[in-house]
Design a binder for this molecule. Sequence first.
Ligand code: ZN
Length: 164
Amino acid sequence: MHELLPAGSCHCGAIQVDLRLSKAPSALRLRACQCGFCGRRGARTISDPDGLATVRAQGPDALIRYRFGLRTADYLLCAACGSYVAAVQGDEAPIGVVNVGGLGVPEFDDREPDPVDYAGETVEARLSRRRGYWMPLAIAYTAPEPNVASGPAAPRAPAGGRSP
Ligand SMILES: [Zn+2]
């Protein structure tokens, strides 16, 4: 039933996004948001409210979270190459959109996006629209964060120590 696409990734490959879709990619609307941020980046986004997007990064530092305008969502950029990969709203049950253009997902390459313009929306209208159209989005960190509570690191062998 669900279609799992091969992961798309940012330009440098540090961030991957898995897409689990409830329908064929061709059945999803491809959107080109006309705001200043998306326009400058040529973003082409999709969402599938019945699917799931999983953003995979090494750790929180591998993702830049950028907010602007009404500041209701975090725009996720690769900290290494700057690619815009997805936007996410909410901490509990987060929802988001995925920039399949920035991720180079080939299933959407040959499609012309529909221009969409949300300028002038109130905060309430924006949140409500996203609750209807955005998709569940998870962020998975592939490397555990160093546990700073576990005490000092083990002492290092001195440089130029005993030779075998
Ligand atoms: Zn990158």
